[in-house]
Design a protein around this ligand. Sequence first.
Ligand code: NAP
Length: 285
Amino acid sequence: MTEKLIDGKALAQKMQGQLAEKVERLKAEYGIVPGLAVILVGDNPASQVYVRNKERSAIKAGFKSETVRLSEAISEEELIEIIKSYNQDPSFHGILVQLPLPAHINDKKIILTIDPSKDVDGFHPMNTGHLWSGRPMMVPCTPAGIMEMLSAYEVNLEGKHAVIIGRSNIVGKPMAQLLLDKNATVTLTHSRTRHLADVCKRADVLIVAIGQGHFVTKDFVKEGAVVIDVGMNRDDNGKLIGDVKFDEVATVASLITPVPGGVGPMTITMLLEQTYQAALRSVIK
Ligand code: NAP
């Protein structure tokens, strides 16, 4: 079984260790420390956990990390002013606004406020444009982390059929472009896709980002396929589970990510990597 597992946790630890060394070199050679500002509005428990994990990993890798925790009642204008102050602060190379935001704040407007060169989540339309024109700058961290995992496990994508379930701006759509860049043939599916299991069963690489626990069974998976599970759901007992029924799908897949310990840790790693790259670009033009 273990030889089938894509161990995102171990890969993330390795990459974050290497990142800490790169941060040390950046400090020694250029006297700068990569700075990451994370802005959290409200007290959504899941967001609080994500933000705490990001902060912990950033500090461990030697980054300057600042987390701004704001009241749910903050106005859109006030939030925009805070983001603008980080845009202008040269000691911060990455700015992340944790989503979702409260309903009275327009998240599109907030994302547009972030300086695209500091948009380490890769959600600004300018970065989306760079990605879709084949010249990625800041890439959404979850699909970027998946590409790192596929590369680390030597999954050759050239000419392969990759099927993605889920077309969100955060995962599915950028994932499609990154796979295209590696010459995969990509099918992007969603809730209106007909005969979904049959479409998925033709995949050499199946990426699942739906948000429904244990939705994908082995009836969706071709023998020998690589299966990446992005989903993070809670079962009736509060246990974290993926979108894929791991135990049965693992019997047919050649490689599979677990939940937890798969995609999640790599998402944070890519956030740090992109902040480091932004800091590097600030000194090496
Ligand atoms: P999202 O914005 O809610 O999008 C879900 C997508 O799944 C939509 O495109 C939806 O189709 C599609 N979908 C829903 N039900 C479906 C069904 N029955 N059949 C086919 N497609 C279906 O979600 P997201 O932000 O992409 O996140 C997806 C999951 O990944 C969540 O569990 C989230 O927590 C997790 N996630 C994990 C990480 C990580 O770092 N591990 C990062 C991001 C997200 P329509 O477009 O037609 O509605």
